[in-house]
Design a protein around this ligand. Structure first.
Ligand code: MG
Length: 315
């Protein structure tokens, strides 16, 4: 069984914890920031910056983070490590000035709210305008800024926004992993934008990477239309092209609006994330209307559902 160790900085450990938010184990070993399980891989991030990947496909999983690593170690034979390929296909020179369709998703780690995937087309002529409007990495933007920029973008930017609300999500999720759902939605959104912008065509497509390209293509193998041409994957894609940054801003905006509408509907403020404040709100909803009501707003397969049941005294 393969084990992989990466050494990363503290910021990356937190970023990883966020990335694995809906796969976190309830218990973390001492000295650890988080412990998560993603299908066959156990991932443990430590205060020291060491991140341990254990189990089948450990090395595949570690590769997602390989470019953040300060140094790599492996407990498998050195020969294996030497043949390891970097995960990100290097982007061609000048890529950030190309005409690109970018895609990103929001809501995968949040218990409440939709899963939102957006693809958006930014032609090279539009890049200066997007910069002017303040489009950049949405992690550097506050929610009100995101909403203001999104409202501008919605008026002219060719895009496709796919919002899976919790009720639908909960119906699909038992037979489809979240990873597959994301891949199918990205593929769909990209296809929609390609159709929308015809006869124009992008120089490339950039997907904000959430899993290995090989896994992504496995997930969409049963789809009628599979977007594969000129496709690139990058972690932190928003830093590589404004099309991903714009997609990310639009997705975040739709997600926030979704939470706002749910809050109005439920008459209670529905928070994002998967922390303990989320459990308390979930417990209130459970007491009020059982799992049917909770399932209107929440992704029920998260561990938060059990925690909420306990808080509500239902288990
Ligand atoms: Mg993303």
């Amino acid at each position: 069984m393969a084990n992989e160790v990466l050494t990363v900085d503290k910021k990356t450990v937190l970023e990883m914890k966020n990335y694995y938010q809906d796969r976190l184990k309830p218990q973390t070993p001492s000295g650890a920031v988080f412990a998560a399980k993603k299908s066959t891989v156990n991932i443990t991030g430590y205060n020291s910056g060491k991140v341990l990947f254990q189990g089948a496909s450990a090395s595949e999983e570690a590769q997602i983070w390989a470019k953040n690593s300060l140094s790599t170690g492996t407990t498998t034979p050195k020969k294996h490590a030497a043949t390891k390929k970097p995960i990100d296909t290097p982007l061609p020179k000048g890529f950030s000035n190309w005409s690109v369709i970018g895609s990103d998703e929001v809501g995968t780690g949040s218990y409440f709210g939709p899963l939102t995937v957006v693809a958006a087309y930014v032609s090279k002529e539009q890049i200066p305008l997007l910069k002017e409007l303040g489009v950049k990495d949405s992690k550097d933007l506050k929610d009100p800024q995101i909403c203001a920029i999104a409202k501008d973008l919605l008026t002219f930017l060719p895009h496709s926004l796919l919002n899976v609300m919790p009720e639908k999500y909960n119906k699909i999720q038992p037979t489809m992993t979240q990873g597959k759902m994301k891949a199918v939605l990205h593929n769909q959104a990209l296809g929609n934008v390609l159709t929308k912008i015809q006869p124009d065509a992008p120089d490339a497509i950039l997907i904000d990477q959430f899993e290995l390209p090989s896994t992504y293509y496995k997930h969409i193998a049963d789809q009628q239309i599979q977007i594969k041409e000129k496709v690139y994957f990058q972690t932190k894609g928003e830093g590589h092209h404004l099309a991903v940054a714009a997609a990310s801003i639009l997705a975040r905006y739709a997600f926030l609006k979704g939470l706002e509408e749910m809050s109005k509907d439920a008459g209670i403020t529905i928070p994002s994330g998967a922390g303990s404040n989320v459990d308390l709100v979930a417990a209130k909803l459970l007491k009020r209307g059982g799992i049917t009501l909770l399932g209107k707003y929440a992704k029920l397969h998260f561990a938060n559902t059990d925690k909420a049941r306990k808080i509500a005294g239902l288990k």
